[in-house]
Design a protein around this ligand. Structure first.
Ligand SMILES: [Ca+2]
Length: 126
């Protein structure tokens, strides 16, 4: 009887802990997504709606993940690429949707919606 009660208490605590962990992870991902969106805006110093490799130089948070975001390897991270990264990394479709939707889309974002296999020629690669 006592052991059963202990088991039930342990199971209840485990359920609570699991729920709390899921909530904490969800909140953490939301914060990370918002931080990435804020960093994107801050790093886009010329306010063109995209971040270049030159702009992330010296940034120790966004910088190391630039290659993960720049999926078409044109040395530019567009809003669409950031959105994709956030969706795949944090499972968040629209981080701070109202803020993000106000951002003007880069012309390359439309190009990305088209054929993705189009070769860029690789002329910009160092
Ligand atoms: Ca790109």
């Amino acid at each position: 009887m006592r052991a059963t009660g202990g088991f039930l208490v342990a199971a209840a605590l485990l359920a609570l802990a699991t729920t709390a962990t899921a909530d904490e992870r969800s909140a953490y991902y939301q914060r990370r997504a918002e931080t990435d969106v804020a960093a994107f805006k801050a790093l886009d110093v010329d306010n063109k709606g995209f971040v270049t490799r030159d702009e992330i130089r010296g940034d120790n948070d966004f910088g190391p993940r630039f290659n993960d975001m720049d999926i078409n390897r044109d040395n530019v991270v567009t809003q669409a690429e950031l959105d994709r990264y956030i969706r795949l990394t944090y499972g968040i479709d629209e981080p701070g949707a109202s803020k993000v939707s106000a951002v003007a889309r880069h012309p390359n974002d439309q190009a990305m919606a088209g054929p993705t296999a189009a070769p860029s020629g690789g002329g910009a690669k160092p």
